[in-house]
Design a protein around this ligand. Sequence first.
Ligand code: ADP
Ligand code: MG
Length: 423
Amino acid sequence: VPLETLEEMHKLEKNFPILSTEFRLIDKIGEGTFSSVYRAEVLSGHIKLGSDMWKSPPLKKSKKVLLPSKKKNPIVALKQIYVTSSPNRIHNELSLLYELTGNTHVAPLLDVLRYQDQVLAILPYYQHADFRDFYRDLPIKGIKKYLKELFEALNYVHDKDIIHRDLKPTNFLYDPFKGKGVLVDFGLAEKLNIHNKVNNHCPCLNKDKLIINKNHSKRLNIKAAYPKSDNRAPRRANRAGTRGFRAPEVLLKCTNQTTKIDIWSAGVIGFSLLSRKFPLFNSPDDTDALLELAIVFGLDKLQKCAELHGCGLEINLTNGNITNGNLIQLLHDMLIYEVNNECFPIDSVVYDTIKLFNSQGDSFVKPIADNNIDSEEYKRNLEDYRDHKQMMEVLSGCFKMDPSKRLSARSLLKLPFFQELST
Ligand code: ADP
Ligand code: MG
C-alpha cells in the first residue's frame, strides 16, 4: 500500500475511531471526484451491520443481505463520500441505495457512519475484474452472461422508477469467472418523477435549433456556427453521466429523461464488448458526441431524433468527410474479431450492424471482401454466428433513437439472445 494511501487511511481512522477497533482497513480500491472507496475487514462480531443507523422495518425475507463466507471475517467496501458533494447529493445516494437494498444485482447498503460532515457508506465488498482486462477476451457466451446480469440489475432498479444515470463498466462490478455482476454508484441516480412516466410525446419540445458546424479538413471558428443574435431561451436539462455513454436525448438536453437513458448506456457497453473497442465513443464534448452518433447511426436518424425533442440538427460535413472519417476507423477496428481463437474478418457481422443501425446501410457500406468468407468456417462457427446475429437484435433494441421505442430491460431479457440462459 503506497505511503500516501496509508496516510489517508490513518486520517480516516482518526475521524472514525470505530475503523481502528471494529475494522481493519486493507487498501484503497477506488477514487473519484466525489468519493474514495476503501477495502476493509470487519473484525469480530461486535458491530452489527445494518442495524444502527436506519430505524426501519426489519428486512423482508427477500431482502437478503449477503456477506462473504461466515467463517472468515466479512470484507466490506467503505465509500467515503466527500464533503464537496452537497448534503442533498449524499442524502440522495444513500436513500436510493437503501431503497434498492434487497437484490443480488445491486450492492446493499449495510450501514452508514458519519463524523461531522463526513459520511462513510458500508457495502459488501465484491470481487470483480477490471473491464479493461477482459473486454477483449470475453467470448460471445461470456458477453451474453455479462449483459444478462446487467439487464437484470437494470430491470430491478428501473422497476423502482430509479434511473442510474451513470452506467459504465466501472459502475458495474463484474466477475467474469463467476459470471456475476453487481451495480454500484448511485451518486448520480434519480427517482423518476411522475410526469416522466406518462409520456406519449416528448414534453421537452420547443423551437430550439442546435447547429453543429464541424469541418475536419479546416476547423472553423466554432462561434461562426451560432446565429449572431440568439434570443432563444437557454435549455437546461440534467446532463449528468459520463461521456461516451450519454443517450441522444441527454445530449439534446431533453428535459424528460427516463430509465431508457440507462438502456442506451448498456448498449454502448454491449457494443464495446462485441467490437472489442473500449472506449467506443470518445468525443470531448456533447457536440462532438452528437457528431459521433450521426456518423455511426446515420445523420438522418439523428436529425429525426432531434426533431422529437424540438431541435434542429445541422451538421456541416460533406459525405466525403463522413465516409472517410470515424466510421471507417471504427469498422477497421471491428474487422478483426476473434471467434474460437481464430482471427477472421467478421465483415458480415459488421455489415449487419450497419444495416440494422443505419437505414442507408446498403449504400453506405458495402460488404467487404464477401468472397473471403469461407463457408466451412461459418458452418463451424454457426452457433457463434447465430449468437452474434441475436446480439445485434439486443443492441438495436438499446440503440433506438426514440426512448419510447427503445426496449426496456425486461423486454430485452426476453429476446432470443438470452433464452439459452433462462432455465
Ligand atoms: P464514485 O462515485 O467515486 O465513482 P463508486 O461507487 O463508483 O464511486 O466506487 C468507485 C470504485 O470503487 C468502483 O469503480 C469499484 O472499483 C470500487 N468499488 C465500489 N464499491 C465497491 C464494492 N462494493 N465492492 C468492490 N469494489 C467497489
Ligand atoms: Mg463510479
